[in-house]
Each structure stands twice: as structure tokens, then as C-alpha cells.
Design a protein around this ligand. Sequence first.
Ligand SMILES: [Fe+2]
Ligand SMILES: [Fe+2]
Length: 353
Amino acid sequence: MYGNDFIDPDEPLNAAEFGDVDDAVAAAATTAAQRAEGGSSFEALLAADQRIEPRDEMPEAYRKTLIRQIAQHAHSEIIGMQPEGNWISRAPSLRRKAILMAKVQDEAGHGLYLYAAAETLGVDRAELLDLLHSGKQKYSSIFNYPTLTWADNGAIGWLVDGAAIMNQVPLCRCSYGPYARAMIRVCKEESFHQRQGFEILWTLSRGTAAQKDMAQDAANRWWWPALMMFGPPDTGDAATTGGHTAQSMAWGIKRFSNDDLRQKFVDMTVPQAAKLGLTLPDPDLRFNEETGHWDFGAIDWSELWRVLKGDGACNAERIERRVGAHHEGAWVREAANAYAARHDLGQQQEYVA
Ligand SMILES: [Fe+2]
Ligand SMILES: [Fe+2]
């Protein structure tokens, strides 16, 4: 058995597989073709659902919001390498090691596309990394939870990558061109991540009693943090005031509210848990015939705030590791800069000659 034959490969298993990403690719081509007909103001481009490109004029607040969001996204990709990276040497077979290594490497690539997208807004990636290392910019709080067993790699792929895809598919149509284009490629790769996670749990839940328990335990620990990945609720006591949601929606950066995306994720994931033979740790989970959606229990928002503020199991460890990797990589950056400088010089000399 290799690949996706554990489940019908034509049956969508995550939000990137319902055709929205392909629709976004087609829409991008159409809008790009229309765009060539003439320049427009920021407002006119937004109104026409056109992409804003780096050469276009844009309000300073739009630029700053995007830098913050793209940087936080990039930071999450590279910090997100750690929880699974620490399992590469312990993955249970050569095949699992190869798959996990490819997955972790993809996350590094996602970080690169995103730092490059942020740089088109006039910021330097070194600056952004400094902000991450000094704690002035955040990454997704999900990566402050530990990966205790092999099954956690399955739960991360299935739930964490699954939730990330749900968030990222609408970003394929984000108003800022470089971010939208990066998201198209990211979503395609994330889809593979989600399937590999599902397959790990599928295999474990059909194994020995101990393996099944391990899968169940991982699902129990990752379910609620995955739901928190969509951010605080849009209404009610736990909603944050002064948030950027309304403005981000007006700017075409955000397309759906946090609660809408969370509900879509729950609706998609509950039947998958049943297929896996796993239960989700929520006694209030039940299908609501009237709304056609799965109702779920109250989320403990104090946990999200606690982990975000630095009190998760792994906050200190993740940053320490990141800063260490940055220092250890100094010689690579120096070498790359020296090579680039020599290459530039070579080109200049060629030009002179
Ligand atoms: Fe990623
Ligand atoms: Fe991923």
C-alpha cells in the first residue's frame, strides 16, 4: 500500500480538494488578463476584485496589515517545522521518515515563499526574523504544544494542517497578488500534509489496541487547539474588541469570519473522525438537523490567551531552538551573500566588457 488507497482518492479530504484552489487559479488568470487593459487606483482595483501588485499605490495601513499578517504566517511555517522535525529520527519506518522529512521541508519552503511575499512590501526578512526572535511578532500558538507520541504527527497533519488549509484556501483570492499566489502553491502542498496525517491515524487506528489508544490520545489532545487556530469568536463574551476583521474584509484580505471557517472545519472533520474510528473529545458534538451543521461545545478561550502570552508547554523551547538555528546558519547567510556579491560583480564586468 502506498499513497492514498486507504480512502477513495477522488473523495475530498480537506478544503484544498473541493475545487476552490483551482477556481482561484482560473480567476487569477482572468483578472490578470483584464488588468492589462489599464492602471487603476487602489479602490478601483479592490472594487473590481483585481489583485494589488507591489508596484501599485496602496494605503500605508493596508501595507502594514499585510506585512504583519504575512510575517506571522511565515513565522508559523518555520516554527511549525519543530514539533514534527523532532520525530524524523524516530519515525517508525524508512517510508515514514522520507514522508515526514518531505513534509517538514515543505514547511521551510512555505516560510520562504511568505518571507519573499512580505519583502515585496518593502520590508527585509532579517528584520522580520529579529521581530520573531525578540518575541515582538508571534507565530501560531498551536506550535507551542508538544508532540508526545508518533500519533501526534498524524493528528497534526489531519487536524492542524487541515485547519490551516481551511484558513488558507480563501487567501488564494486575497487582494494582494504575491500573497494570493504563494497561497495557491502552499494549499496544494498542505493538502498532501493533511492526507499523510490522516493516513498515519488510519493505520494506527487499525493496528493493535495500544496503537489505537495512541491515535485516540493524540486526537484528544489536538482537537481543541485545532479549533482555536481559527482565532477568537466573532461575537459573544470571548470576542476581541478593536480587531482587524472588518477592515481586513473590506480590503479583501480576509474573506470569511473566524466562526464561519471554524464551523466549516468541524463539519468536514467530524465525519472523518468517524471513518477513522476515533471519537472527538466533545460531549456536546451533535448534528443539528435544522441548521445542517455540527454543533460543538464551548471552547476554553482562556487557554488560547494563556498559550499566546507565552505560557504554553513549549513557547520558550521553540524560540530558543529557532534562535539557535539562526546563529548556526550565520555562515550560510554569509556565504550566500558573498556568492551573490561575486555574481553581481561578474555580471557588471561582463556588461563593461
Ligand atoms: Fe505549511
Ligand atoms: Fe503543512
